[in-house]
Write a protein that binds this ligand. Structure first.
Ligand SMILES: NC(=O)c1ccc[n+]([C@@H]2O[C@H](COP(=O)([O-])OP(=O)(O)OC[C@H]3O[C@@H](n4cnc5c(N)ncnc54)[C@H](O)[C@@H]3O)[C@@H](O)[C@H]2O)c1
Length: 351
């Protein structure tokens, strides 16, 4: 078992262990007492893990209600949010009660946003069941739903009160969803953790506890330094500006993890071509992504990506901030003029 303390505006623990879901009730008692608990989950995770969580909460004296959404990004909507808020009110949850988000990033983002706005804010506990949620979305307090105009356009910063990560639950993940999470794991190594990158060479599945703990530690340090995303937290966007453009261009037919993997390969290739990063590191990045069954080549040209990328949230006037690896373990914010973006993409897309 590992426990990592996140020191954001609210401090909380991330507890990482295989097989701790049956202890979730007991672990939550110090954080919220035996209150009314609303489990929020999706239908897939519900069938696999809700009973275990529910039993654990009941055994510890909680009153339990459950709200289940259909699995998939389409459920991260304003409609689900309103339905969840009405459900909380119908079930008379009060300010001293707590939401338990059991699932991947979709459940965590939706449940976290509901916790942020219900009664102007109640507690919530994250119980991530995907690799992406374990290493990224469950920590750091970004919550959101999607609008018709785009992903994550309505949300709030609202830190969880506790994160309980039972990595045994990742055993049931379909391989492609596990691979999606691997993109985020590899990202931490390239951003600022060469030792983690080396550890990944012996396999992510073989070292889950150590790998998740290293990623959470990285994220917790970044969140402690820049909780509200005005500087250093932007480093977590490595591969994401290009990745979001690829996802959007494919009308979300290419998964987020695959798009971020292509994005990381593209920015590293561009960095090598501009003389910022040694060529050898590009080889290592590509090999690592491929070993996690992730793609490193993009089906689109620079012209097809640049328009979407220019709408990125990280654009300020005529400049856009990209995250560029100077070497594995040393990525930096790199501001370029919007006129130079196409050239940057072309360098990254070259054979
Ligand atoms: N808040 C943040 O900081 C942050 C960071 C990164 C991503 N995100 C968000 O996270 C979301 C993506 O999260 P995700 O990749 O976890 O997707 P997801 O929540 O949709 O889960 C992927 C699929 O895996 C299934 N699943 C989950 N756990 C399972 C298990 N243990 N066994 C079998 N199947 C399981 C789900 O039912 C779903 O179909 C996006 O909406 C993204 O915007 C948020």
């Amino acid at each position: 078992m590992r426990t990592i303390r996140v020191k954001a505006s609210v401090e909380y623990d991330v507890i990482i262990d295989g097989g701790i879901l049956p202890r979730a009730g007991e672990l939550s008692l110090p954080v919220c007492g035996a209150c009314s608990a609303c489990i929020v989950t999706d239908d897939t995770v519900d069938a696999l893990y809700s009973k275990t969580l529910e039993k654990s909460l009941l055994d510890s004296g909680f009153r339990v209600v459950k709200f289940v959404i259909p699995h998939g990004e389409a459920s991260k909507s304003t409609t689900s949010l309103i339905n969840l808020l009405e459900f909380l009110a119908e079930n008379k949850l009060t300010r001293s009660d707590c939401i338990f988000a059991l699932g991947g990033g979709v459940v965590g983002d939706l449940a976290g946003f509901a916790a942020a706005v219900y009664l102007r804010g109640i507690k919530f506990i994250q119980l991530p069941t995907t690799l992406l949620a374990a290493v990224d979305s469950s920590v750091g307090g970004k919550t959101a739903v999607d609008l018709v105009a785009g992903k994550n356009l309505a949300g709030a910063f609202h830190q969880p009160s506790l994160v309980i990560c039972d990595y045994k639950t990742l055993d049931t993940l379909p391989p492609e969803i596990f691979s999606d999470g691997c993109a985020e794991v590899i990202k931490y190594g390239i951003i600022n953790d060469r030792p983690l990158f080396e550890l990944l060479k012996s396999g992510i599945r073989n070292n889950l506890e150590e790998v998740i703990a290293a990623c959470v530690l990285n994220k917790s340090r970044i969140v402690a330094a820049d909780e509200f995303d005005t500087g250093m937290r932007q480093l977590l966007n490595l591969g994401h500006t290009v990745g979001h453009a690829i996802e959007a261009r494919s009308e979300f037919g290419i998964s987020h993890g695959s798009a971020v993997a292509m994005g990381m390969a593209i920015v590293t290739r561009a960095a090598v071509s501009m003389g910022l990063c040694p060529e050898n590191d590009l080889g290592e990045v590509v090999e690592m992504l491929e070993s996690a069954s992730l793609p490193t080549r993009c089906p689109y040209g620079a012209d097809e990506l640049v328009g979407t990328a220019l709408g990125d949230k990280k654009r300020f006037g005529d400049t856009i901030s990209l995250v560029v690896p100077y070497s594995i373990g040393d990525s930096r914010l790199y501001k370029i003029n919007v006129n130079e973006l196409k050239d940057f993409f072309e360098r990254g897309l070259k054979e």
